[in-house]
Design a protein around this ligand. Structure first.
Ligand SMILES: [Zn+2]
Length: 438
């Protein structure tokens, strides 16, 4: 299929035509008569976004999300690849389960789905999962995480880092000291004291990050820190990077802008793990995005059925959906930050996650021959976020009713238009073939 994208501003630069032939970018004028021309006047072209942290819930909780529905939501959000966390039922802790998720992703064909394997069997934190078998499986797992749980045993964490170092794998840690957060319902601070809800101290996150950056440097292995949420965590990561540790870190869109003040509403849509922190924490996270201490913005898309969210605060599940609104929310959160342009969006939401996750077809530039994973963004599309307007099964979006100005116009997955003018089109026709991803 030949496609001409007419007059797009690549990374926000001058308008130019982009041509796609057989799934790759072509020299302008070389692709011949296009089968499809997309008028991109006023639109920004970015490399397809890569979300390092999503919960697709399948297998086991298909009432919350499936690989198919989550993939459709990803495409609508401009994501051409997502990494699916392992806290499914059964846990993705064997070659069989990660291959199942990988195969479901291929069959859906809306985005590239790369499974993350569990670090410990059943996420129970007592013995290592079959890391080598998952790495050697068809899914080719390289990132392991017990996300939702912390690998809290320091010896087990050390062994995991040593094991994955052998094949340049990586451990992605959900940093939450379990004893310090027993029964915790929200950030520990002024608001938790006022509301009388058990608090979740920043130190419970920071203590694990401090321990793990030391372990990672000692072992010489790669460590990724999921959803950093406190100013103190940022300082520790900055310090560890300055010492040459092989660490990377991510932040969610919601932690860049929402704060624990919102918990005063007792609306469980604001209940999330790690919890919303203070305005000072959010400001430190935005600064860390700007100065490169944070490498990745990832959604932690966590859909829940209504009955797990429409209940009292203490009984509600933790988590927020986010793939379809991530780009708009990031633009909103960073609007006052000087130096945060489209190139930074591409770096934090595509190039860095693609490199860290080892996805060679993703996070590329716009040179001829590159895989045509592209998102077209409309930066002048004022609208109100409506959780019902979603391909995800989850409606637990904390940005419901928020006015934003950025919308995903089109998403091209290996040269195939999966979304055009904001509407889902068709899955990639080659997604069921052996050559996928192309
Ligand atoms: Zn987590």
């Amino acid at each position: 299929m030949r496609i001409r994208i007419a007059g797009a501003r690549v990374l926000g630069g001058q308008a130019q035509d982009i041509e796609i032939a057989d799934g790759r970018l072509a020299e302008p004028g070389s692709a011949g008569r296009p089968d499809l021309t997309v008028d991109a006047d006023g639109l920004i072209a970015l490399p397809g976004l890569v979300d390092m942290h999503v919960h697709l819930r399948e297998p086991g909780r298909e009432d919350a999300e499936t690989v198919e529905t989550g993939s459709r939501a990803a495409a609508r959000g401009g994501f051409t690849a997502v990494l699916a966390m392992a806290n499914t039922q059964p846990t993705a802790d064997t070659a069989g389960v990660v291959e199942q998720v990988w195969r479901l992703g291929r069959e859906s064909g809306w985005t590239q789905v790369q499974p993350i394997g569990a670090v410990t069997a059943g996420l129970e934190g007592t013995r290592l999962a079959e890391l080598g078998a998952m790495a050697r499986s068809a899914a080719g797992v390289r990132i392991f995480s017990d996300d939702g749980h912390c690998v809290s045993d320091p010896l087990l964490m050390r062994r995991a880092l040593e094991y994955v170092k052998g094949f340049d794998g990586m451990i992605a840690q959900h940093a939450q000291e379990p004893r310090l957060t027993e029964g915790a319902q929200m950030n520990e601070g002024v608001v938790s004291a006022e509301l009388g809800l058990p608090g979740w101290p920043a130190a419970a996150e920071e203590a694990i990050i401090a321990r793990d950056v030391l372990l990672a440097q000692h072992v010489g292995a790669r460590l990724h820190i999921c959803h950093v949420s406190t100013a103190g965590s940022v300082e520790i990561i900055r310090w560890a990077k300055s010492r040459g540790a092989r660490i990377t870190a991510e932040v969610t869109p919601h932690h860049l802008i929402l704060t624990d003040d919102l918990v005063r509403s007792y609306d469980p849509v604001y209940k999330v793990n790690p919890p919303l922190r203070t305005a000072e924490d959010a400001a430190a996270l935005r600064q860390a995005v700007l100065d490169g201490t944070i490498d990745v913005i990832a959604t932690d898309h966590a859909p829940h059925p209504a009955e797990h969210k429409c209940c009292e605060w203490t009984a509600a599940a933790m988590g927020m959906v986010g793939m379809e609104t991530a780009l708009a929310v990031v633009r909103l959160a960073m609007r006052e930050e000087e130096g945060f342009g489209w190139d930074q969006v591409a770096r934090l939401m595509s190039r860095n996650p693609a490199r860290i996750a080892g996805l060679p077809g993703q996070g590329h530039g716009f040179e001829p021959g590159a895989h045509a994973n592209i998102v077209l963004v409309d930066p002048g599309a004022p609208h109100t976020i409506d959780p019902a307007d979603s391909a995800s099964l989850g409606r637990n979006n904390p940005f419901a009713g928020t006015e934003v100005d950025t919308a995903v116009h089109s998403t091209f997955l290996y040269g195939h238009p999966v979304v055009l003018d904001g509407e889902l089109q068709s899955p990639h026709p080659a997604s069921k073939e052996d050559t996928w991803p192309l």
